[in-house]
Design a protein around this ligand. Sequence first.
Ligand code: F0G
Length: 451
Amino acid sequence: MTADYKDLAFQQCINPDCGASFDCGQTLFRCPSCGDLLDVRYHWDKIPVPRRLSDFARRWANRNHWLDLSGVWRFRELLAFCPDQYKVTIGEGQTILEQNQAIASHLGMGPDRLFLQYEGLNPSGSFKDNGMAAAFSHARLVGASSCACASTGNTSASVALYAHRCGLKCTVFVGSGRIAFGKLSQAMDYGAQTIQIQGDFDDCMRQVQAVCSRVGLYLLNSLNPFRLEGQKTIMFRVLEGLDWQVPDWIVVPGGNLGNSSAFGKAFMELKELGLIQRPPRLAVINATGANTLWDLVNNRGLRWNGGRYDRRQVEAYYKELTDRHFSPHTCASAIEISRPVNLSKCLRALDVCNGVVRQVTDQQICDAKALVGRYGLGCEPASAATVAGLRELLAEGTIAKDELVVCILTGHMLKDPNLTVNYHKDRQGSLSNPPIEVPNDLERIIELIKS
Ligand code: F0G
């Protein structure tokens, strides 16, 4: 791409009553005028976007080209906010869409109807790497030298990995005792300054924003609109895996609501560009112990309303949480969040994709995780919320058994080995498969195998 990035892309406030815009060379994270979230927007007429989505697939064969090897930058015309010289990749997005017949039939779905998008194959083991490839490219564009994030674990692992690749100093904030060990081990091993706050993710999120604005660190949470540009590509790859067919449903876990927001934006733009005829429907799945989105949408009627969503209702809800000293709790620690920073963008995604929100219990999450482990590639608890949510949506008839469904498996199974081992060892569910103790005796071992 030869044109100056300033001619191709800009940042814009998502609040229609504000709409302030800024160039991509600025580091903002929230609208300085009204405080709402920012979007990256494009002058599509100046970008050589392929006429058909299938044109992108040719790049698959071009693995010696560093940008084509990336499952993010392979779609670079759809996130054209920075010149190639700043782009960062460590091979993210080489993930697969697995058709899973066994889980489909377990859930009573028709043949060939269920696909699992396995984002655990990313370099740091979660979907976050899609976002970091884009956000760190922006960090390089603006000349950042140090960065930070708050995290339930995966963001910190991914940030730490990309930061050392890009030569940025990196600080991550995690809630003490609130993060799975696999993820904590990554942040430390990749060399991040790891700060454990005595509090939950929402406390960390508040602190990191204050620290970033006081000390001038580059913020890598999904408030950062460039991160969401990278996460759009998960949907491009889902479409690619389906030979450019749009599925009926995308099912995604809801935590800080970055993914659901990014997916909604991806489909909004593909429709605007005439590259798809209709978006799929979106199902966002909360854990019952961290169900802000579910509660606001299903019990309190919160809607996007053309961008004029009831901001006061959201503030009052958060005040209510503070007043009763609420802290979220779920075994799916990745989505243990009660003040999701991307709430407004997620409302927009639900609007664009005629979406629904459901909640699932920890037991449902653990059983679904065991199901994905038994018959699929395995995943971490938050990812399994999708399969648990799908089961609910099928039972209530919102999703029909013959609809084409894609569940997004956001993180690798080894992220949270403790939960998995306990589920099996302590027989916590119907799919528990505990190890069997035997004496060190050949006959007894053979007897056991034959039994
Ligand atoms: N699944 C996994 C494995 C995650 O790590 C996260 C979020 C989510 C789902 C929720 O995604 O925020 O886009 O709605 N993890 C963040 C972190 C919050 O800090 O690692 P979301």
